[in-house]
Design a protein around this ligand. Structure first.
Ligand code: PLP
Length: 454
């Protein structure tokens, strides 16, 4: 706790920790002021998707800042706002075209929740205000997005202030909250997690529900867990049956992270709203947003005098938009989504080799370059590490000492699900760089196992 006593003015994320000071980054590496390098194996917060030090994006930012650093989108627009919106709209499934920008993913989800509310209210369905989210999901830290999310640790301190949103369990077939055997639901085509969704809708009353929000692949809370293949098709049908908007949170998964432009492409569904963030600007400037369906936009025009009652000072900030446009041009030109797919299967294969070596690696899973590794104290019967071990945090500390940073998961809440960490390097990573990362991970895991034996 010495930090508290220093003459330091920074409001640290954790006052008990000392953080390395980064002076610059190049490619997949970050360098601290002592010259030590770190492989950025999680792209920061799964955001720096093209790695560091790209001159072209830096130049686009500087050029725009010189031209017009701030343009208030209540009064003006810019050409680049139109260009970037068009690029994003064209990547989205048919019927989702209009792009609304925010600065972060929490604000993007906040906006989607409000848009869903306004959509129903203005078309005369006054009662539809409840959002259904999922336990063990994350949609952000602002009150609306926190209320929709299901991270118990983050929710708990604010419980009396959260909105009365409802939750079902996220599908997690390895540790099914409904005690179903893996594959059983698919075989019998009766998904307990889907049935629970409909049960909850009928319990609350569909006339009270505005939207369902979910991550297509559950990122930080479960560690890159995909649902059963047909889960979202079933969810889509139920949403349609009860006039509930489907919001897919692609803040972590969007823009190539899972080897597709959007992760929803793995499941062949079309939501009503997609939220995005992180990868859209490859982390070069704060940028996020949502893509709304034509159905919602038509309704805004017909019922709401064309106005969404919402807005942020920095919506469509030109410098961030310039960063986004430049990043998307690079994604396109350098075939980044394909690289994420190819390098993703190579990385998965290398991590599965580590699984053979270390008995406490219970599972390696993921799509593209979003890979989760689950750690369990014993696999049969499955037993999680005690929460106070903070096992994946410790692994990250060891990896950082050896020169790589990973994304530790929040650990087990219910004593079953296991700790995890995410490996999500920049999408332009090469095979040689993956090999280098694997050597560091291998070494870190060896040190961790030694510590556990002591
Ligand atoms: N949604 C998902 C799936 C996320 O992973 C995150 C951030 O990690 C957010 C929303 C919130 O984004 P932000 O931190 O930019 O507000």
């Amino acid at each position: 706790m010495e930090r508290i006593l220093t003459t330091d003015y920074v409001f640290h994320r954790d006052f008990t920790k000392e953080y390395p000071i980064i002076s610059y980054g190049k490619g997949i590496y970050l360098y601290d002021k002592n010259g030590k390098s770190y492989i950025d194996a999680c792209s920061g917060a799964v955001a720096a998707n093209l790695g560091h030090g790209i001159e072209e994006i830096a130049q686009a930012i500087a050029d725009q800042a010189k031209k017009a650093a701030f343009v208030h989108t209540m009064r003006f627009e810019t050409d680049i706002l139109h260009l970037l919106s068009e690029k994003i709209g064209k990547l989205a499934p048919e019927g989702l075209n209009r792009v609304y920008f925010t600065t972060g993913g929490s604000e993007a989800n906040e906006s989607a929740i409000k848009l869903a509310r306004q959509y129903h209210k203005d078309s005369g369905k006054e009662g539809k205000h409840v959002v259904i989210g999922r336990w063990q999901s994350y949609h952000g830290n602002t009150f609306g997005s926190l209320s929709a999310g299901g991270d118990i640790k983050r929710r708990q301190p604010y419980t009396p202030n959260l909105l009365p949103f409802q939750h079902i369990y996220s599908p997690n077939c390895r540790h099914c909250p409904y005690n179903r055997e893996k594959g059983d639901c698919e075989q019998h085509r009766d998904w307990s997690c889907v049935q629970d969704f409909e049960r909850l809708i009928l319990q609350i009353g569909p006339e009270n529900i505005s939207a369902f929000i979910a991550e297509p692949i559950t990122g930080s809370q479960l560690g890159a867990v995909a649902p059963p293949q047909d889960y979202f098709k079933e969810i889509r049908e139920i949403c349609d049956r009860y006039d509930i908007l489907l919001i897919l949170d692609e803040v972590m998964t969007g823009f190539g992270r899972t080897g597709k432009h959007f992760a929803l492409e793995h499941f062949g569904i079309t939501p009503d709203i997609i939220t995005f963030g992180k990868g859209v600007s490859a982390g070069y400037a704060p940028l996020a947003g949502m893509i709304a369906s034509d159905k919602i936009i038509d309704s805004l025009i017909q019922h709401s005098q064309g106005k969404f009652i919402h807005g942020y000072t920095y919506s469509g900030h030109p410098v961030s938009v310039a960063a986004g446009l430049s990043a998307l041009r690079i994604y396109e030109r350098e075939n980044i989504v394909e690289n994420a797919k190819v390098m993703g299967s190579y990385l998965l294969h290398k991590l599965l080799e580590l699984k053979e070596k270390y008995p406490f690696i219970a599972d390696v899973r993921g799509e593209g370059l979003l890979i989760g590794i689950e750690l369990l104290k014993s696999i049969q019967p499955s037993a999680a590490f005690p929460v106070n071990y903070k096992i994946s945090e410790r692994l990250n500390e060891l990896a950082m000492e050896l020169g790589a940073v990973i994304y530790p998961g929040s650990g087990s809440i219910d004593g079953v699900a296991g700790d995890h960490f995410i490996i999500s390097p920049p999408l332009n990573i090469s095979k040689d760089e993956i090999d280098e990362l694997i050597i560091i991970l291998d070494h870190s895991l060896k040190l961790l196992i030694q510590e556990l034996k002591e």
